[in-house]
Design a protein around this ligand. Structure first.
Ligand code: ZN
Ligand code: ZN
Length: 366
């Protein structure tokens, strides 16, 4: 096992080890792909990772033999298993000195695997854990922030290229296809979630999948999508009007835009998730549309498109410096349509920095 000076993964594993000590655990079994990638760099889809105070062992299968070595070889001992990762775990664990209490990730482990753990006998005390690695992932380091910025840049350029192709008679699916083509062409490694193109009355559905509906003059069109760069996601929404906007569209749009701008400028480290949410919610309520803003204000982005922290009514946890969050107020009126504007914001030590630069004024596609 070689170590690289200044390797951010070493610091992450060290912080996790400190967390294990305070939780009274000798080791943690990690099955979440994003957590595994965060700690070791391994991006394969099949692995078990064990971190104790003295060891970091990554068990994966034959398909990832070379990839595992390249991606994780610097920080983890690799075990390549031909049949079952779990059988290999039962040979790896007894070799780890001083390990008796072992945590597992209760939010990521399948029930069938939890049963294996229970049936492994009394040799280890297994304890369910939550958020031990996720809480570390909230604070992005400089390299992670660069990846997110690159994912934002790809997404914005792809949207810029797609906008001129949005026209009456095209279906939502066709617009999604053009946008996804540009995302790939510009270097996005994956689509972090299913692209949302929701037009006309369908824009009132906050998470509508693109459909065969043809765009018509006067439609509100919500475009919600993202790119992935270096494993990190961006998540952006813009709402357009096909043709000229009417007064009601304009009025609602201005309220959402102002709510977005106000919240984006005010999300500081230390603020509770519920207070961040309230900034946009209060603004929208004061303007009479409170009942039409039915989802939370935003969420963290990183290796996953939805990760900690959450900016929502129920969240008491304070926002951490270094988090990257979305600010995405929206209003949705059945039978009329919807409007959402979503930006990605880095909560820096000196305050919020909006990473997205795509114009936020109402764009009429004529
Ligand atoms: Zn989104
Ligand atoms: Zn989002």
């Amino acid at each position: 096992m070689q170590s690289v000076a200044g390797d951010p993964r070493e610091g992450r594993i060290a912080r996790l080890r400190a967390g294990l000590l305070s939780a009274g655990l000798d080791a943690l079994l990690i099955s979440s792909r994003a957590n595994t990638r965060y700690l070791t760099g391994f991006s394969g889809s099949s692995s078990l990772l064990v971190v104790s105070q003295a060891a970091t062992v990554l068990i994966t299968d034959f398909r990832y033999r070379a990839q595992g070595r390249v991606e994780a070889g610097g920080v983890a001992d690799l075990e390549i298993e031909g049949t079952s990762l779990w059988s290999r775990l039962w040979t790896v664990l007894p070799r780890l000195a001083g390990v008796s209490s072992v945590g597992f990730e209760s939010q990521h482990m399948l029930h069938v695997d939890a049963q294996r753990v229970v049936e492994s006998g009394a040799r280890w005390q297994w304890r369910p854990t939550a958020n031990l690695v996720e809480s570390l992932r909230q604070q992005k380091d400089a390299g992670e922030l660069e990846c997110i910025k690159a994912a934002v840049a790809i997404a914005e350029l792809a949207l810029e290229r797609t906008v001129p192709e949005i026209a009456a008679g095209r279906t939502e699916l066709e617009v999604a296809a053009r946008l996804e083509m540009w995302l790939r062409e510009l270097g996005s490694e994956a689509h972090p979630f299913e692209t949302i193109i929701a037009s006309g009355e369908r824009s009132a559905l906050p998470h509508a999948h693109a459909s065969r509906r043809e765009l018509q003059d006067g439609d509100l069109i919500i475009v919600d999508f993202g790119a992935v760069s270096g494993g990190y996601c961006s998540d952006i929404t813009r709402t357009f009007v096909l043709g000229r906007a009417n007064a009601a569209q304009r009025e609602a749009y201005d309220i959402v835009r102002e709510a977005n701008a106000t919240a984006s400028a005010a999300v500081w480290a230390g603020m509770r998730g519920r207070d961040a949410d309230a900034i946009a919610r209060d603004y929208i309520e004061r303007h009479g549309l409170g009942a039409e803003f039915g989802h939370s204000l935003g969420h963290g982005i990183g290796l996953e498109v939805h990760e900690a922290p959450r900016l929502a009514k129920t969240i008491d946890a304070p926002l951490m410096v270094g988090a990257v969050v979305t600010i995405e107020p929206g209003v949705y009126r059945d039978g009329w349509g919807g409007i959402r504007i979503e930006d990605d914001v880095w909560i820096g030590p000196d305050g919020p920095v909006v990473l997205t630069a795509f114009p936020r004024q109402l764009m009429e596609l004529v």
